[in-house]
Ligand binder design. Structure first.
Ligand code: PMP
Length: 312
């Protein structure tokens, strides 16, 4: 039977023992950074493939630096711990690995300096987040994406997800699947938990890192697949809201969302209102890659030998 474990205070412990006090700084002020890493189950091999785990931990280290958090474990060590944790948990389905580095001091006072840091990692079963077959119906959020001059979206800060939660809930309560947020100057930024891509006349466009986006690992993957497998370069440039309405195709990318076609924005169908051909091609490539089924990109997939570990 799968059993949930966590890495907490330097050890792997049952998840129920990984508890923090109510005075914890990160709980009070949102002073933590995190990652989401997908474990993609390959049933034929009995292996969980952790997708681009090292890149996620590198981004975690960058987020920690921005928030003056001390990451005590090396990136190599974090990768080792994660494989062990996933093997111990024993899930035989897609999972989400959630590492956090947080201000662990139990003190009052808003600041970043003179506080202790801790690392925690847990694993949870996690299926599809958006309907990547049918596609997502989106609207332009009334909530603007936070700016690098406010809370830097380049860092995956827990507290910043209030911005995403406001946008996601507004979208869903208004009958849409996902929000598209504009940045402070009115250009397209990203979804509540996804980067966005627009295809016009065979060219793929995506906002620049200066448009207040999280620099996505799925986005980077898809740009490489588009270039190497389809011969299409992605152009990074500011995108207007109305360019979304006249796009041939739109899709969103994220560790949770994978590659999800956007079929409607603000009640205007995108293209013919169905997932477009380039999006479908990229999505097929991507799903093979993340389950370790494409030899050219297998180096992105770290195996956790769940079945072997449980037969030991
Ligand atoms: N933007 C935001 C706001 C996100 O939360 C995420 C998910 N981590 C992404 C973009 C996509 O990033 P990635 O592909 O690295 O998961």
């Amino acid at each position: 039977m799968p059993t949930p474990y966590a890495y907490f205070k330097g050890e792997i412990v049952p998840l129920a023992e990984a508890k923090i006090g109510v005075m914890t700084h990160a709980f009070n002020y949102g002073t933590a950074v995190f990652e989401g890493i997908r474990g993609n189950w390959n049933a034929e091999e009995g292996v969980m493939y952790l997708f681009r785990m090292r890149e996620h931990y590198e981004r975690l280290a960058q987020s920690a630096k921005i928030l003056m958090l001390e990451l005590k474990e090396s990136i190599d060590r974090l990768c080792e711990i994660t494989v062990e944790l996933v093997e111990r948990c024993g899930y035989e389905e897609d999972v989400y690995v959630r590492p956090l580095v947080y201000k662990s001091s139990e003190v009052l006072g808003v600041r970043l300096h003179n506080l202790e840091s801790e690392t925690v990692i847990f694993v949870a079963p996690f299926g599809p987040y958006l309907d990547f077959e049918k596609g997502a119906r989106c609207h332009t959020s009334t909530w603007r994406r936070v700016d690098d001059t406010g809370i830097p979206p380049r860092a995956k800060v827990t507290g910043i997800y209030v911005n995403s939660a406001l946008a996601k809930t507004e979208a869903q309560l208004n009958g849409f699947d996902e929000a598209i947020m504009l940045n402070a100057d009115g250009h397209v930024s990203e979804g509540s938990g996804e980067n966005i891509f627009v295809i016009r006349n065979g060219v793929i466009y995506t906002p620049t890192p200066a448009d207040n986006i999280l620099e996505g690992i799925t986005a980077k993957t898809v740009m490489q697949l588009a270039k190497e497998e389809l011969g299409i370069e992605t152009v990074m440039r500011p995108i207007d809201r109305t360019e979304l309405y006249i796009a041939d195709e739109i899709f969103m990318t994220g560790t949770a969302a994978h590659v999800t076609p956007v079929i409607e924005v603000d009640r205007r169908p995108i293209g013919d209102g169905r997932p477009g051909p380039i999006t479908r091609r990229l999505s097929e490539l991507y799903f093979d890659v993340i389950r370790g089924k494409n030899p050219s990109y297998k180096h992105w997939c770290t195996p956790a030998r769940v079945r072997v570990a449980h037969e030991r």
